[in-house]
Design a protein around this ligand. Structure first.
Ligand code: PEP
Length: 248
């Protein structure tokens, strides 16, 4: 059965430094004041994972990575495996983010191999899918997203908990979002595609991502089929991120 607790995930992208630990301290203080109704995970750049994990301590904040290499180890200069990330304290990993699919030409097959790597190392994957504006304007959004789901999820996910994030490429960092009706419709398409790929018993939480902020979060998080949010820009300041967490 699908978990009912919503997930709020903060993708710091290529931002942050040791000074960002102050944001973690602010989040810990807030969580200590009164319990959050959401599960919360932050995704700092890989070199900060160890420090952020230590700063989190026993607070209810998960820590994840923004990507991993599919292989466990080897001659891959500059790359980081899921095993290395786990060793550094990560328990989650974002895979197939549009900035990697489009900026770095990462294919569905590469994403699927990385998901297998994440499962091997004990990381919980968040697999991102989403259409470009051209694809939406051409009426292809649902077909494109369903095809990404089918090709990015390996068989190994059958019977496992995992998370998907619907992130329309045109909504990321743009200040534009789909209507809540469009989000609900796409989340239903994704749920159908997951069931077709992995069977009706598949347990996937489906997040929405793309310009989520403290103002639009209450409506987006109340939309049918939305199990949480993947937040980029608004996760960098604890004040904004906490407002989104408290919107659950
Ligand atoms: C993201 O990077 O996953 C994202 C959704 O970014 P933003 O919230 O800034 O649009």
């Amino acid at each position: 059965m699908k978990q009912s607790v919503k997930l709020i995930a903060g993708n710091w992208k290529m931002n942050g430094s040791a000074a960002s630990l102050a944001e973690i301290e602010a989040m810990k203080a807030d969580a200590a004041m009164s319990p959050w109704q959401a599960e919360v995970v932050v995704f700092p750049p890989a070199p900060l994972i160890d420090r952020v994990s230590r700063a989190v301590g026993t607070a209810p904040i998960g820590v994840g990575a923004q990507d991993c290499r599919a292989e466990a180890s080897g001659a891959f200069t500059g790359c980081v495996s899921a095993e290395i990330l786990h060793d550094a304290g990560a328990r989650w990993v974002i895979l197939g983010h549009s900035e990697r699919r489009h900026g770095l030409r990462e294919t569905d097959a590469v994403v699927a191999a990385k998901v297998e790597g994440a499962l091997r190392a004990g990381l919980h994957p968040i697999v991102c899918v989403g259409e470009t504006l051209e694809q939406r304007d051409a009426g292809q959004a649902e077909a494109v997203v369903a095809a990404q789901v089918t090709a990015s999820l390996p068989e190994a996910l059958s019977g496992r908990d995992f998370t998907l994030a619907y992130e329309p490429v045109w909504a990321i960092g743009s200040g534009r979002t789909p209507t809540t009706e469009e989000i609900a419709r796409m989340h239903a398409v994704i749920a159908d595609a997951v069931a077709a790929r992995l069977g009706e018993a598949a347990v996937a939480r489906i997040l929405y991502g793309g310009s989520v902020n403290p103002t639009n979060a209450p409506d987006i998080l109340a939309t049918p089929g939305v199990d949480g949010a993947l937040v980029g820009g608004a996760s960098l300041k604890a004040e904004d991120f906490l407002a989104i967490i408290r919107a659950v």
